[in-house]
Design a protein. Structure first.
Length: 706
């Protein structure tokens, strides 16, 4: 399948800034009011409209009514309907400056900066006071991608609109990558307007973008408390609930936002992506179609349709749809990943490299993108590039067999057969070591300079900590990491890196504590896997099972979680449950994972379905005949099917490849016993019993006595 290397749908970032509600700026043409106040009532709107310049058209009363209704709909959070009414007012009274000003305001609420700026200019041309619309003009310029121009425009904002202007300055500084200046601007706005829901929404977005999930959660909760009606406020809350708790918990929040504004494009896109991650494909497609009806040329909508086509195995359609998304989507990591995958599938190795290389440069920790790019290099006869790219992954103790075999092929092609053989042997190992994430390394001096240049920045500090770990300075790494946690307690990555350092020295209890704190902020796959391992290693098996169950309840089609749960189910004899989980994984990843097929064979064998078990075992053996776990699964399947003599040869091979693996030796003992060779059965049963963790001791002891 196309998504065998990267099945998880990455949610697109938002393509516009939050809309302006009436609580942060008075309606153009209305007297200014304090930004933290409640939105003004319809009676006030009507009175203010009556004070405006008289429209020239005969149906001016109808235009007044439409403008009042538009403002009321903005108050209620329905910007699309407000825009339609404002357009009607413009048509009825095209020379009335207030119709253009309020039309501009609805367009800003919809993220249409270009249209809003044009409408404001028409208002100014018709006599609307520039001082009353200059702050709105600054936001319109920001929305159309001109943050520097927006900052210059906002300098002319009158004191009555200072809180609004500072809030937009914060957005503009953030858009230019000036995180410190953005935080300062938001702080000034908060001093002037401490109870503005839209301001707290912006602060939540800013913290979320900078990885400070803890402060983002608090800001979004405050925003919803102040104004639970505005879709943007509820949408940000939905995004943070998804980060903190998971996919399923966030769905009601997305639905709540869409109940306020059924045509809210960004809420529809994020809702659709979340539904897709949760495996609810039919609902995802319906939601994407709704988003496309709102915005027919939506790049995010085209991307999500391409994802659906790719998951359905229709690469040609996926490529065609993705091409319609246009250049605005090309730099989005998820779209780059999909485009590179599709090029790779189609044999366009050069095109895949061009798309995936900048993605890996931007996201060096994206293992899926790194493997895809290495595959493209191998197929393009650039094997040295491939092995260099895979070096950080194969340096990890828990490197998966797919990555190890990919690197082995690269080393073989460049003539290093010794290294290729070593990697092939690791790929054939029947079990993986610790899942702890190891450092990527890097020049400590360079990382130190970057961290010192941006003191307190979590990204640069985490990179430095990992560099210190790679250089062997674990004491210095831990000190830096703990300092980072003290100054940034809401950043999950800070707690994760502390946990990683403790895990490296097998201080599992301390690691568990750090991982649990990270999980309370962001409960994603990497955090869950680390926490589960630390809980197991610190003797908290029940907590580990509860953590995994909670994660699966929120992420029901997560491949890593399903695989982990299935292994536990196999070990405890819950074969039917293991089959369900493993078949879901196979549906998502395809039929090229020998370890997965071997696990399915064992599950079906345990469920007393030897015929199906044999099909999977044979397929696994064809893919990886040198893997002892695969040979063991095939041999055990034949034993369960009543063919022990054929099974013995396979199980002897597995035992030779992994002589210290107790389960393999126990399977071989039972196969020998089934052939009547009690002496050989006794030898291998005793070998299994030498492992203190071996659980089937009573049966093995009986067989060991001969």
């Amino acid at each position: 399948m196309i998504f065998s290397l990267e099945a998880k749908l990455t949610v697109l970032p938002r393509r516009r800034e939050p809309r302006v509600g009436q609580g942060d700026i008075c309606g153009p043409g209305l007297p200014p009011a304090r930004e933290h106040g409640r939105l003004l009532g319809i009676a006030f709107f009507l009175g203010s409209l009556a004070l405006a310049s008289t429209p020239l058209h005969a149906d001016d009363q109808k235009a007044r009514q439409e403008l009042a209704q538009a403002l009321a709909l903005l108050d209620a959070g329905n910007a699309y309907a407000a825009r339609d009414l404002a357009i009607g007012a413009v048509r009825r009274a095209p020379d009335w400056n207030l119709t253009h000003a309020i039309h501009a305001r609805t367009l800003v609420a919809l993220g249409d900066g270009l249209g809003a700026e044009a409408a404001l200019n028409r208002a100014f041309d018709n006599g609307f006071a520039r001082s009353r619309g200059v702050a709105l003009l600054g936001e319109a310029q920001l929305l159309r991608g001109a943050p520097e121009q927006a900052l210059a425009t906002l300098n002319a904002a009158p004191p009555a609109y200072a809180a609004y202007a500072w809030r937009i300055r914060g957005q503009a500084q953030a858009a230019m990558g000036r995180g410190g200046e953005a935080a300062d601007a938001f702080a000034r706005a908060r001093e002037l307007s401490p109870d503005s829901a839209v301001l707290w929404t912006d602060i939540a977005r800013h913290n979320l973008a900078n990885g400070d999930i803890g402060n983002a959660i608090r800001a979004s909760a405050r925003a919803v408390e102040l104004d639970p009606r505005q879709p943007d406020t509820v949408l940000v809350r939905a995004l943070l609930v998804r980060e903190q708790f998971g996919l399923i918990a966030s769905l009601p929040w997305f639905e709540r936002a869409l109940a306020r504004d059924p045509q809210h494009h960004d809420a529809l896109i994020d809702y659709a992506a979340t539904l897709g991650d949760a495996g609810r494909t039919v609902e995802m497609l319906d939601t994407v179609r709704r988003a496309m009806r709102v915005r027919g040329n939506s790049p995010q909508g085209f991307y999500l349709q391409a994802v659906l086509a790719a998951r359905a195995g229709d690469a040609a359609t996926a490529r065609s749809i993705l091409a319609k998304a246009g250049p605005s989507i090309e730099s989005v990591p998820a779209a780059m990943m999909l485009a590179g995958t599709l090029d790779l599938e189609a044999g366009g190795y050069g095109q895949a490299i061009e798309k995936l290389r900048p993605l890996v440069a931007r996201q060096p920790g994206n293992d899926g993108a790194r493997r895809l790019l290495a595959t493209a290099y191998l197929r393009a006869d650039a094997s040295r590039n491939a092995v260099q790219l895979l070096a950080p992954l194969i340096a990890r103790a828990d490197a998966d067999s797919e990555t190890l075999l990919l690197a082995a092929r690269g080393y073989e092609r460049i003539g290093d057969r010794v290294r290729a053989a070593q990697l092939s042997d690791r790929a054939a190992a029947p079990f993986r070591p610790s899942a702890t994430v190891l450092p990527e390394g890097g020049m400590v001096s360079v990382l130190m300079a970057e961290a010192n240049a941006r003191p307190g920045n979590p990204t640069t500090t985490v990179a430095l900590v990992r560099g210190l770990i790679a250089s062997g300075d674990r004491v210095g790494a831990l000190a830096r990491a703990q300092s980072l946690v003290a100054s940034n307690p809401g950043v999950p990555e800070a707690h994760l890196v502390v946990g990683d350092i403790h895990a490296l020295v097998e201080n599992w209890e301390a690691g568990r504590t750090a991982y649990a704190t990270a999980a309370s902020l962001r409960f994603d796959e990497p955090t869950m896997l680390r926490l589960v391992e630390a809980q197991e290693k610190s003797g908290r098996a029940a907590d580990a099972a509860q953590t995994l169950a909670l994660f699966l309840s929120q992420n029901p089609i997560n491949v890593a979680a399903l695989r982990l749960g299935a292994r536990w189910q196999l070990a405890s004899g819950e074969y039917d449950a293991a089959i369900d989980a493993l078949e879901e994984v196979r549906f998502r990843t395809g039929n090229r994972d020998a370890a997965l097929l071997a696990e399915l064979a064992m599950a079906y064998a345990g469920a007393e379905d030897p015929d199906t078990a044999r099909v999977y075992a044979r397929a696994a053996y064809r893919l990886a005949p040198g893997n002892p776990a695969v040979a063991d699964a095939y041999g055990w399947t034949l034993t369960k099917a009543g063919e022990p003599r054929q099974a013995v040869a396979l199980l002897v091979k597995a035992a030779m490849l992994a002589p210290d693996h107790a389960v393999i030796r126990w399977h071989l003992a039972q196969a020998y016993a089934a052939t009547g060779n009690r002496r050989a059965a006794s030898v291998h049963a005793r070998a299994a019993l030498r492992d203190p963790s071996f659980t089937e001791r009573r049966e093995a002891q009986a067989l060991a006595r001969g």
